[in-house]
Write a protein that binds this ligand. Sequence first.
Ligand code: ZN
Length: 327
Amino acid sequence: MSENLKNASNNATEKKYAVGIDLGGTAIKGGLVDNRGAVLYSASVPTEREKGAKAVAKNIAKLVKTILEKAKMTKDDVVGIGIGSPGTIDSKTGTVVYTNNLNWKNFPLADEVSALTGIRVKVANDANAAALGEYKFGAGKGAEDVVMLTLGTGVGGGVVIGGKLFEGYASAGAELGHMVIDRGGEQCTCGLRGCFETYASATALIRETKKAMLSNPQTKLWEVGLDNVCGKTPFDYMDVDESAKKVVNEYIDALTIGIINIVNIFRPQKVILGGGVCEQKKVLLPPVRKAVSERAYGGKKAPKCEVVVAKFKNRAGQIGAAALWLE
Ligand SMILES: [Zn+2]
């Protein structure tokens, strides 16, 4: 352990560290995280998923070694390694049951990484881990019941109830992005139609913006060009173009309905929004907050639920994974 960290741990006897790993399809990001949620050292390596699960586990172990070397620590200085993985995870055993993203089936990730590093390992679904990180150290701090929604390519979700991550039977739960908000609506990648994700993701914003362009040759959105449309495009034009404004308003409406459903089921103290779409928080938050306070069950007489934006951006995965070990 380096002198600085030694001094820090002398000052605060409860100081603990864990390595948090954010396992993605192209890169593995990792960080040494303390029990206040601060990332002290971080690094990344390519995932190399084409080489197979065992090779990816080796890459994770290599990354952990690099991070510990940077921190001048040994394996005995950390309480454990947390891994946030895509897919369905049996968090009791640390097995990746299924992931489309990495093309794995029943891979004992915790056991593999633990054998390579000599450190205890916990694995959780990445969206669940991110929710746990925000609950413990970020925008959810101080609340006991928190739901996080990540608005990106899809819509991920994580639920913390009574201070505990709710994962459902065999940790296969909390797929909030796949609650149906429009029966018979847009086709979802999961096989159902009308899932929340098909209206509240960045992918939905892109689809609806393109639709608006194709049905209206006059819209200013054509300045961008069909191929350059991204989730931000309708927000950029909403003040000068009616079609763009309509796309944004319908997005807000769908997001609101999904959040109201979540509030009606869980009545969390906070709903935390993360993901790229949250860069538009100035546009999104005021109408969403107003609608949730007025239209969720009980209206203004019901206990209040705050809608807030996540604290951690690129590091949410690492911090959330480390949070599996840290209080
Ligand atoms: Zn779906």
